[in-house]
Design a protein. Sequence first.
Length: 331
Amino acid sequence: MWKFPDPVSRGLPGGSCPGTRGAAKRLDSRPDRRRRHEPSSLRHRRGPLGAGAVPERGRAAARSPARGGARGPAGRTAGRPGRAAALRPAARSRNAAAQPLRHRRLFGRARRRRRPRPRGRRGAGGAGRRLLDPARLPAAAAPPRALRLLFLDGHADFYQPEAEPNGEAASMDLALATGRGPAVVTDPEGLRPLVRDEDVVAFGIRDAEDAARVGSQRIEDSGIELLDLAAVRQAGFGAALERALDWLTRPELLGFWVHLDADVLDDAVMPAVDYRMPDGLSFEELTAVLDAAAASGRMAGIDITIFNPALDPGGIIAAGFAGAVARGLRS
C-alpha cells in the first residue's frame, strides 16, 4: 500500500537524503515561501533573496565595526557568509528582485498601458465631445422659449398624428415643438409652445410632395421661415445661409438651438438613414452651415439624429459625417 513519504525521503530540512538538502533549502528560501507571521525586523534581515542576503542599506550597517562586522580581503563581511554584492545587482530594484519570475509574468500584463486609440476612427457619437464646451456656446444656459431653432432636416416633420402613416412621433417633432398636437407632449410644464413659429428656420427640407400626398399639414401655412432645398438652390447657398442667420440672430432672444438630421445630406454621401430621398446638402455645405452658426456666438447647442449605424457596417459614412460636423463646430 502506498504511503506518504517521510521528511527524509522528501528532502525537507532536517532530512538526510543525499542530493536533496540543497534543493529543499533553495525552495525554503524563495520569497513566496516565507512565513508571513515572522517579525518585520527578521524579514528585513533575510532580504529579498533568502536567508543569506540583506537589503542594500542593511549591508552598510552589517559591515560597520560598531555592529561587529569586519570586512574581509575579498570584500565580504566576515562571519556572515552570503552577503556578497553580487547577490543584489544594482540594475534590479528591490521590488523587482523580490518578485518571483512567474509572478511578474502573470501580473505584469495588467500593468501595461493600453495602446492609444488611433486618430480618425471615432464614430459620429464622439465627434463633437470636446467641441461643445460652455465657453464655445455662450447661450447654452438660456431658459426655455428664449431660444430660436435652426432646423436642418430633409423632412419637415410637420405631420399631425392622424396623418402620419407610420404612427411615429419622429415625423411630427417640429409640429410638436411648435405646439401642434396632444397636450401631453406639446405642453410640458405649461411651456407650450417650446418654440414659436416666427423663431424657427427650416433649412434644406425637400419632402413637400410626399407630405402633401399623405395629407400632412402644410409647413408653408405656418409662420416658420422656410428655406427648403429648392429655395436654397435658387437663391444660392451663401445668400440662403446669410438670410437664415440674420433671422436667428435678431437681438430679441438669447440665441438659437441647432437640430441636425442626417437625412438633410445628399443621399449619395449619406445613405445610412431610415427614410432616404434623392438630393440634399453636401458634406462641405453642412460644414459651412455649422461653421457660420458656431461663429455667430449665439449658438446654444446641437442635437444630431437619424443616422443609422446598422446601415454603415464599415464606419466609412460615419467617419465622413463626423468629420463634417467636427470641422463645422471648431469655429
